[in-house]
Ligand binder design. Structure first.
Ligand SMILES: Cc1cc2nc3c(=O)[nH]c(=O)nc-3n(C[C@H](O)[C@H](O)[C@H](O)COP(=O)(O)OP(=O)(O)OC[C@H]3O[C@@H](n4cnc5c(N)ncnc54)[C@H](O)[C@@H]3O)c2cc1C
Length: 396
């Protein structure tokens, strides 16, 4: 059977990891990415162990390390307050910080080795064109020129709150969120020894949560979250300094104090938790944040998006190898396999959003008691075990 022409909307982690799996297994793919390159705004960088292992097996992680685009063995730890006396009990999760532009560029380079791969930068998908109830093309704009891109299957990976959901007739469920996040980036190449060696989450009560994440090229990412207008806070530098600096761990504090000014790179992330009830319509499948927008809580969005593509590639490529059509039955199997983890993580994120609203004293007491009970019971708190995903087509 002639392989289908697959069009992927969005060259983010979901789009590019999926493109890599399809292209290296002989399927023609065209990616449409609205940005002119992979240099992106702030995005999640902490890859969890199962995703890192897949990158290792495909030889990609070694290449990222060699290029200085990854920091291995980074653990996520959570504390109540600034002093590290109360650590939130839980499983120790070790992963790697990976620069998203670095990872996307590497996947693109690998795909470019294949003649049946094409990526159009600067191509914004405007909407879906339907004929007889099936998506048959996309309307795009590039350099001010509108174009129609035809294909046999469209896979939408264009991120949070995708506008294509509506034009494909999909319904969205939205969950309550309590606070947005202000992301700041500092260049600490003049004091690299002060960078934390883990991703540290500090909860200060009443919704204030501050994250300190080491990044590649000696950068420090700080995410400051609390209820209220964070755009206004960013513009009021004295007030931002008054609120943020006391939360910064001691070793970092003088450096952050020195570097926090009008020039500091920043972005306010509106925190959303939502999902489409059905991930597909005739001719189109949604994956990653486009199917289920995640909150940054727990650092899961990036990992879930990539795991979606492992499952999608397994089912799509199995179907193609067995000469089965890429239809609703295949798409539904992909959704059914991914839905339990997405539901569980989103429910956890919604609960965490409520929990951090409690006053600091209550959080302190809660986690001190929980830690003591668990130590007495000699148990580690385990997250619900998800069945391991074997990315069968993620190969070198
Ligand atoms: C500031 C911030 C911090 C985060 N921190 C974490 C974290 O620590 N850990 C974690 O796991 N997750 C984190 N996340 C979430 C994580 O980055 C996302 O869940 C993940 O990137 C989702 O991948 P994706 O490929 O589905 O979507 P995206 O990464 O959003 O990629 C979508 C791509 O589609 C492109 N696109 C959008 N619209 C169009 C269009 N109309 N036409 C063509 N192209 C289009 C975009 O330019 C982008 O390249 C964070 C997100 C943000 C914004």
């Amino acid at each position: 059977m002639k392989p289908p022409r697959i069009v992927i909307v969005g060259g983010g982690p979901a789009g590019m990891v999926l493109a890599y799996q399809l292209v290296t297994n002989g399927v023609p793919v065209r990616v449409l990415e609205r940005h002119p390159d992979f240099e992106r705004e702030f995005r999640g960088e902490l890859l969890q162990a199962p995703v890192v292992e897949a990158l290792e097996r495909a030889g990609l992680f070694a290449a990222l390390l060699e290029r200085g685009q990854a920091l291995p063995d980074i653990e996520r730890v959570m504390y109540v307050g600034k002093r590290r006396t109360v650590r939130v009990p839980g499983p120790r999760e070790k992963g790697a910080v990976v620069s998203q532009p670095g990872m996307l560029a590497l996947l693109h380079e690998q795909c470019l080795r294949h003649p049946h791969y094409r990526l159009d930068f600067g191509a914004t998908v405007l909407d879906a064109v339907q004929e007889e109830g099936r998506v048959v093309a996309l309307r795009t704009r590039r350099d001010g020129v509108e174009e129609r891109v035809d294909g046999d299957l469209f896979i939408v990976c264009n991120g949070r709150n995708s506008h294509l959901r509506k034009s494909c007739g999909l319904e969205t469920e939205q969950f309550e969120t309590t606070a947005d996040a202000l992301w700041l980036r500092f260049d600490l190449s003049d004091a690299p020894e002060t960078l934390p060696t883990s991703l540290q989450v500090h909860m200060f009560g009443k919704g204030r949560v501050v994250v300190f994440q080491p990044s590649t090229r000696h950068r420090l990412h700080v995410a400051y979250s609390e209820p209220g207008d964070l755009n206004r806070l960013r513009k009021d530098l004295p007030e931002l300094r008054r609120r943020l600096l006391p939360t910064v761990p001691e070793a970092l504090q003088p450096h952050v104090a020195r570097k926090l000014d009008e020039e500091t790179e920043w972005q306010v992330l509106r925190i959303l938790v939502d999902r489409v009830t059905r991930w597909h319509a005739p001719g189109v499948l949604f994956l990653g944040d486009a199917a289920h927008t995640m909150s940054p809580s727990g650092g899961q969005g990036l990992n879930l998006a990539i795991k979606d593509t492992f499952v999608a590639a397994n089912h799509l490529l199995d179907a193609l190898r067995e000469d089965r059509p890429l239809d609703a039955a295949v798409f539904q199997r992909i959704q059914d396999e991914r839905q339990p983890e997405v539901d569980r993580v989103q429910a956890g994120q919604t609960r965490a959003g409520q929990m951090v609203l409690k006053p600091l004293g209550v959080l302190h007491l809660m986690f001190t008691l929980l830690g003591a009970v668990m130590a007495l019971a000699g148990k580690k708190m385990q997250g619900a075990a998800e069945p391991a995903i074997e990315p069968r087509y993620f190969i070198a």
